[in-house]
Design a binder for this molecule. Structure first.
Ligand SMILES: Cc1cc2nc3c(=O)[nH]c(=O)nc-3n(C[C@H](O)[C@H](O)[C@H](O)COP(=O)(O)OP(=O)(O)OC[C@H]3O[C@@H](n4cnc5c(N)ncnc54)[C@H](O)[C@@H]3O)c2cc1C
Length: 378
C-alpha cells in the first residue's frame, strides 16, 4: 500500500481495477480501430463515481483529493490503457472550473462532467504553436454581449467527443500573455464550430485526438472562465503542475507494469536450454529496471503527498514530468528488447506500451521545457 493511501482509497482502487477489466480492456481493439472510445464509456464511468473524483461533492464530484485521481490513473496504466481521456477531463479540465469558474459556471458544468453527460477537453495547442503558448493566434473579440471566435486548434485530447471545451484564446492581442483568456465552448449545435479529422498517431490509437476549427463562432460573454479577461495565462500556469504530476503518476505505473510483464515472460521463455531469466544479462537488465522503478515510485509518492498538502512546487512537478517519462521510455525499451521479436508484435502488451509511451515526453510541456523551468529556479 502507498504511504499516502488508506482503506477508502484501496476500495476505490478495486472499483477502478474492475472498471478497466470489465468495461475497457475487452473493447480496446475496436476502439483502436475507430480511434476513440465509445461515448457511453463516459456515462458508465460517471455512474460508478469515477469522474471528477477530486471535485467537491456540492458540485457533483466525489469530494476526494489528488490521491483519488492518482489511484484511478495508476489503475489505468496497470490495465495498459491509454485511450480513456479521464485524466484530461477530471484531472485537468474540472479543476479549471473548480478553481476559477464563477459560482454559476461551477454549478452549470461540474455536475454534468461528474456524470459523464458532458465530456471536456482543453484546447491550447495550435498548428503554428504549442510550447510557446503566448503565441496563440485564436482570437476571441468582444462584440457587445458575445465573443466572436476565430482560430484553429490541433492535437486536442477528447476533441472528438468534447461537449465542452476550455479554449485558450487572445481577448487582447496587444497584451501578450496578459491578453490570454479561457473561453468555455459548449459545442452542441454551435454554428461555425467544426471538428477536423481524428489524427492518426503512432500510439494511443484509441485516444481521440482531433483538430478543432472556429469560424466566426459566437458565445455569450458569460462563457469567459471566471468572468475577468486576461487571466488565462496565469490560470494555465497554476494548473500545469497538476497536469505534469498526472503524467508522472501514469509514467511510473506504466514502468512498474512493464517490469512485471517482462519478468513473467523471461521466466517462461527458454533459450539455450534454460529460461531467459537465467541469462546474466536478463537478470542484470531487470535488476536495473526494478531499481529505477523503485526510485521513481518513492519520488512520485513524495510528489503526490506534497501535492495533497499543497506543497508541490513548479520545479518539482517539472522534475516528475520529465524524469518519470524519460525513464518510462527507456525502461519500456529495455523490457521490449527482452521479448525479442515478440516485443515488436502489436498484439503483445509491451509493444503497445512502447508506442503509447513516446508522447509522454512531448505533451503537457515538452521535456526540454521542463528542464528550462527547473533551471529557472536554480
Ligand atoms: C497525443 C497528443 C495529445 C495532446 N493533447 C493535447 C490537448 O489535449 N490539448 C492541447 O492543448 N494540446 C495537446 N497536445 C499538444 C502538446 O501539448 C504539444 O504537442 C506540445 O506542447 C509541444 O508543442 P508542439 O507540438 O507545437 O511542438 P513545438 O512547440 O514546435 O516544439 C517542438 C520541439 O522543440 C523543442 N522545444 C520547444 N521549445 C523548446 C524550448 N523552449 N527549449 C528547448 N527545446 C524546445 C522540444 O523538443 C519540442 O518537442 C497533444 C499532443 C499530442 C501528440
Amino acid at each position: 500500500m502507498r504511504p499516502w493511501s488508506n482503506e477508502e482509497l484501496e476500495m476505490l482502487r478495486d472499483t477502478a481495477r474492475r472498471f478497466y477489466a470489465e468495461q475497457v480492456t475487452p473493447h480496446e481493439k475496436r476502439w483502436d480501430a475507430q480511434q476513440h472510445v465509445d461515448r457511453a464509456l463516459w456515462n458508465r464511468a460517471g455512474e460508478i463515481g469515477l469522474l471528477c473524483a477530486s471535485i467537491p461533492d456540492e458540485y457533483g464530484g466525489a469530494g476526494g483529493d489528488f490521491r483519488h485521481e492518482a489511484v484511478l490513473y495508476e489503475e489505468q496504466a496497470y490495465a495498459n490503457n491509454a485511450s480513456f481521456g479521464i485524466q484530461v477531463h477530471s484531472g485537468i479540465c474540472a479543476h479549471y472550473f473548480a478553481n476559477y469558474g464563477t459560482a454559476e459556471q461551477k454549478q452549470r458544468y461540474l455536475p454534468k462532467m461528474a456524470t459523464g453527460e458532458l465530456v471536456c477537453a482543453i484546447a491550447m495547442t495550435e498548428p503554428g504553436t504549442g510550447s510557446d503558448l503566448q503565441a496563440v493566434k485564436t482570437r476571441a473579440e468582444r462584440r457587445g454581449d458575445h465573443y466572436l471566435i476565430n482560430g484553429a486548434k490541433t492535437f486536442i485530447t477528447n476533441g472528438h467527443h468534447a461537449d465542452l471545451i476550455l479554449l485558450v484564446a487572445k481577448t487582447d492581442v496587444a497584451q501578450g500573455a496578459k491578453g490570454i483568456s479561457l473561453i468555455i465552448i459548449e459545442t452542441k449545435d454551435l454554428s461555425g464550430f467544426t471538428r477536423g479529422r481524428l489524427l492518426e498517431k503512432i500510439g494511443q490509437h484509441g485516444q481521440d485526438t482531433a483538430e478543432l476549427f472556429f469560424d466566426n463562432v459566437q458565445v455569450p460573454v458569460n462563457n469567459l472562465l471566471g468572468g475577468h479577461e486576461g487571466q488565462g495565462f496565469v490560470q494555465l500556469m497554476r494548473q500545469l503542475p497538476q497536469e505534469r504530476l498526472i503524467i508522472g503518476v501514469s509514467a511510473v505505473a506504466f514502468i512498474e507494469k512493464a517490469v512485471e510483464l517482462t519478468t513473467q515472460y523471461v521466466k517462461e521463455r527458454h533459450a539455450f536450454g534454460k529460461p531467459l531469466f537465467d541469462l546474466q544479462n536478463t537478470r542484470f537488465t531487470l535488476a536495473e529496471c526494478k531499481t529505477e522503478a523503485h526510485i521513481a515510485r518513492v519520488f512520485i509518492d513524495d510528489c503526490i503527498a506534497r501535492h495533497v498538502r499543497g506543497e508541490l512546487d513548479n520545479s518539482t512537478a517539472s522534475m516528475a514530468k520529465w524524469w518519470c517519462t524519460q525513464k518510462q521510455c527507456e525502461i519500456i525499451d529495455r523490457c521490449l528488447q527482452l521479448f525479442g521479436g515478440y516485443g515488436y508484435m502489436a498484439e503483445y502488451p509491451i509493444a503497445k506500451m512502447y508506442a503509447d509511451a513516446r508522447v509522454q515526453k512531448i505533451y503537457g510541456g515538452a521535456n526540454e521545457l521542463m528542464k528550462e523551468l527547473i533551471a529557472r529556479g536554480m
